[in-house]
Write a protein that binds this ligand. Structure first.
Ligand code: UD1
Length: 430
């Protein structure tokens, strides 16, 4: 089993390039199933969640050609199965996008109930409510969602709570329904907009993505396109909080600064300097951070996917910080691991009360999920001594070459598989 071993205490300095957004890519790959023509997708991150979805698409007849490290050509003219049930797809949350894409195009799909990170109860009732409203019949049997319809008909759908997945899924299915669909209380995340833009370049007619009302006029056919995925806001934010925690001066390239506004604002509030350029941001952090209060919210609020990374940074801040998680019910599981490194955090329901400590000390910890795993990497970079992180497969679901990128910024980090390699690393860095 792979692990990261880190010797902390070095500031991060230099330039890092951000990859394509994993969560946009998952939706866009699924949407590529909706045409017979070839789709070229660029800026595709090479991470395990994406590769799992590509494997599932190949298994049902999609043809994938890798034409570059981050570019693929995808042709789905010969889809020969609408029942997707492989180990690969059970592992990822975004399997649900295959439902919207196949239902839109072929009017039927059978997909396992979604897996993904265990951060609380993650129902998909809003997705199913949307599909039913478009006229699909949905059954759940033996862990599979079975969707079927003679014809999808446009509808007026109000989402009871803001859901990224439900917004995108309904938008995909409605793109090929008969007539008009309105989604109210839609999610506004950058990847909702990116998926809408992608579908529009395929010939869909979607207006209002990025606001809370999305209007879709169904079309009969979608065509091929060339598309480049937006930069990953969460990967960029993770590097920003790594600098906040470990100190340093890093320019983060290939970002859309607007997507990082809530993150940048928080970092400035706790004492970092953030300078925005057209497609990069520079972050400089020296000395101890101050305390703050944060509540995670749908975009443009502070993202839940940045919550653990931020807690790690302000866990070493001066004073008491309060962080409220309002999106997922069980997203503080990593606090036990962070406590092993010296953090002083009390979790009460969906609130963490963080008494800033002067610093962390290296320890052996395990990544409980993707973003919390990245947060533990940040803690290791800031900690005094050696940190070993187990279960890094979680981290690799969403971060491409995180250790390589951190090494380029001066971090002492290695991916290892044996105790002997850990000892070798310790000898090398001491
Ligand atoms: C997506 C992201 C995830 C991010 C989250 C919130 C992907 C693959 N994952 O997840 O990284 O943390 O958005 O920004 O893009 N809910 C319901 N019923 C539903 C759907 C959602 O009650 O049918 C609830 C969820 O339990 C949660 C909230 O709505 O409390 C938001 O979830 P949602 O935005 O749907 O998140 P995901 O699409 O799962």
């Amino acid at each position: 089993m792979e692990q990261f071993v880190i010797k902390g205490g070095r500031p991060l300095v230099g330039t890092v390039e951000i990859g394509g957004a994993k969560n946009a890519a998952l939706a866009i790959l699924a949407a590529s199933l909706m045409t017979d023509e070839t789709v070229t997708i660029d800026n595709l991150p090479n991470v395990t969640d994406i590769n799992a979805l590509l494997e599932a698409i190949e298994r049902i007849g999609g043809h994938i050609e890798r034409t570059g490290p981050h570019t693929i050509k995808l042709n789905c003219a010969h889809i020969d199965s609408f029942n997707i049930d492989c180990e690969c797809i059970r592992k990822i949350r975004a399997s649900y996008y295959l439902l919207g894409a196949l239902l839109g195009r072929y009017k039927r799909a059978t997909v396992p109930l979604p897996g993904g990170c265990n951060i609380g109860n993650r129902p998909i009732d809003l997705h199913l409510k949307g599909f039913r409203s478009l006229g699909a019949k949905i059954d759940i049997s033996h862990g599979m969602i079975i969707a079927d319809s003679d014809n999808l008909i446009g509808s007026h759908i109000y989402l009871d709570s803001v859901s990224v997945g439900a917004t995108i899924n309904i938008m995909m299915a409605a793109s090929m329904a008969k007539g008009n669909t309105v989604i109210e209380n839609a999610a506004k995340e950058p990847h909702v907009v990116d998926t809408a833009n992608f579908l529009n370049t395929m010939g869909a007619n979607i207006k209002g993505a990025g606001t809370d009302v999305i209007r879709i006029r169904g079309v009969e056919k979608l065509h091929g396109t060339d598309y480049s995925i937006i930069p990953d806001q969460i990967e960029a934010g993770t590097f920003m909080f790594a600098v906040a925690a470990a100190g340093g001066d890093v320019t983060i390239k290939n970002v859309i600064p607007k997507h990082l506004e809530s993150i940048s604002a928080k970092l400035v509030e706790v004492g970092c300097e953030v300078t925005e350029f057209d497609d990069s941001v520079r972050i400089e952090c020296k000395g101890r951070l101050s305390h703050t209060q944060v509540r995670t919210l749908p975009y443009p609020g502070f993202p839940t996917d940045m919550q653990p990374q931020m807690v790690v940074a302000i866990g070493m801040g001066d004073g008491t910080s309060i962080v409220t998680e309002s999106i997922f019910e069980n997203r503080f599981k990593y606090v036990d691991e962070l406590t092993k490194m010296g953090a002083s955090i009390k979790v009460e329901g969906n609130t963490a009360i963080i008494n800033g400590v002067e610093g962390y000390t290296g320890a052996r910890v395990a990544a409980p999920d993707l973003r919390a795993g990245a947060a533990l990497v940040i803690a290791g970079l800031a900690a005094d001594g050696i940190t070993v992180i187990d279960d890094i497969t979680f981290v690799e679901r969403g971060y491409e070459g995180i250790e390589r990128k951190l090494k380029n910024l001066g971090a002492l980090i290695e991916k290892v598989t044996t105790e002997k390699q850990i000892q070798k690393f310790i000898l090398k860095v001491s």
